[in-house]
Ligand binder design. Structure first.
Ligand SMILES: Cc1cc2nc3c(=O)[nH]c(=O)nc-3n(C[C@H](O)[C@H](O)[C@H](O)COP(=O)(O)OP(=O)(O)OC[C@H]3O[C@@H](n4cnc5c(N)ncnc54)[C@H](O)[C@@H]3O)c2cc1C
Length: 325
């Protein structure tokens, strides 16, 4: 019996959300009196995998088949299932990312496992019951879910748990092969279109996000958003109507029909706070709203509100951040 953690890697590095997942898995293993092993997917360097020891991982399995560099649902599922069987994993922990939730549901069928997505806390294990807390109704509520099958799969929501950092601890990296055939790559993407990331920080991974709405008036004013984002080391985002009229690319649109983010800091500039927008951002730790209308609905969800004109407030805020850093 063990805990298996699925670690997503990109350009040689372990993603931040996977450091949280690794820490989560290590703590679950400790509570169950067992060990946590990771299986890495994507392009990983040996050094970054070994450093997972800092998050409490003892061993990392890595299949360096070049076809696994980009996400392929069928092949990733087979690889993780093979690792779970080898390690006799009772609990599998992954990120509540596009990859994690998509592979998680396939794994649940393949391994006859219970699956809980959007999990925000460590599980409670009492009297044989294994209970997890998950966000529901777009983060407006929480539900406790009992995982009843012998095997349990948990998809952990980003920023729900602090990543552990036991400096100097290293994990043992072992090569692993799931003997993948060409047929396992049948659902591989035919073409991968790379989009230039503005602001330098990938939006789904970002710790801080500066976002603009229709109140920014036009794309020519977006330098105000970008300057604040650069000063803070944040990613940039926007509301749906902004991307609908091509002021910004669609991969920046957050909300019910866009990307869901849960950064530590979300700054909304000239965004009304419609329910469909809030659905994608309301689990951010701290929300700052800048809007000239004191009745804007977003103020109800805000931790800090600035009633003012974005063209007046943003340059001053950016200067204040620069002065502090
Ligand atoms: C099925 C469905 C799905 C949807 N999905 C999404 C989604 O995923 N994401 C999303 O964002 N929307 C979504 N929407 C659209 C959503 O309902 C709102 O229309 C949208 O979020 C509004 O965008 P906005 O706040 O940028 O614009 P507006 O509603 O036009 O608000 C602009 C705000 O800027 C303020 N403002 C104006 N000028 C200034 C200034 N100079 N300084 C400061 N403030 C200023 C105004 O007071 C106002 O509050 C969806 C709608 C539907 C029906």
């Amino acid at each position: 019996m063990s805990v298996l953690v699925v670690v997503e890697c990109d350009k040689g590095e372990v993603k931040k959300s996977s450091l949280e997942v690794a820490s989560y898995g290590a703590q679950v293993a400790q509570a169950l009196g067992t060990t946590a092993t990771a299986v890495a997917v994507g392009e990983a360097s040996e050094a970054s995998l070994a450093s997972l020891g800092e998050q409490g991982i003892g061993k990392v399995l890595y299949d360096n088949d070049a076809r696994l560099k980009e996400f392929v649902n069928g092949a990733y599922t087979k690889l993780i299932a093979a690792a779970a069987k080898q390690e006799q994993a009772q609990v599998i922990v992954l990120a509540n990312s596009n990859i994690g939730t998509s592979v998680g549901s396939r794994l649940a069928v393949r391994l006859q496992a219970s699956l809980a997505t959007n999990v925000v806390e460590l599980p409670r294990v009492e009297g044989g019951k294994f209970t997890v807390k998950r966000g529901a109704y777009s983060g407006k509520a929480f539900s406790d879910v009992v995982l009843v099958n012998d095997r349990k799969i948990i998809a952990v929501k980003k920023n729900s748990i602090e990543a552990l950092h036991n400096a100097g601890q290293t994990a043992q990296v072992q090569s692993f092969s799931a003997q993948l055939a060409d047929a396992d790559f049948a659902d591989a993407p035919k073409q991968v279109i790379m989009q230039e990331q503005t602001g330098g920080v990938p939006l789904p991974e970002a710790d801080k996000v500066v976002s603009g709405g229709r109140g920014m008036k036009g794309p020519e004013n977006w330098h105000l958003i970008e300057e604040l984002a650069k000063a803070l080391g944040a990613a940039t985002a926007c509301s749906k109507p902004v991307s609908d009229v091509d002021w910004r690319p669609h991969h920046e649109h957050v909300g019910q029909t866009g990307i869901t983010v849960s950064p530590n800091l979300y700054i909304a500039c000239g965004i009304s706070g419609a329910i469909q927008h809030l659905a994608g951002v309301n689990s951010s730790k701290v929300i700052v709203v800048i809007n000239k209308d004191p009745e804007a609905p977003f103020f109800k969800a805000a931790d800090y509100g600035i009633v003012g004109d974005v063209f007046d407030v943003l340059p001053k805020l950016t200067q204040a951040v620069k002065d502090l850093s």
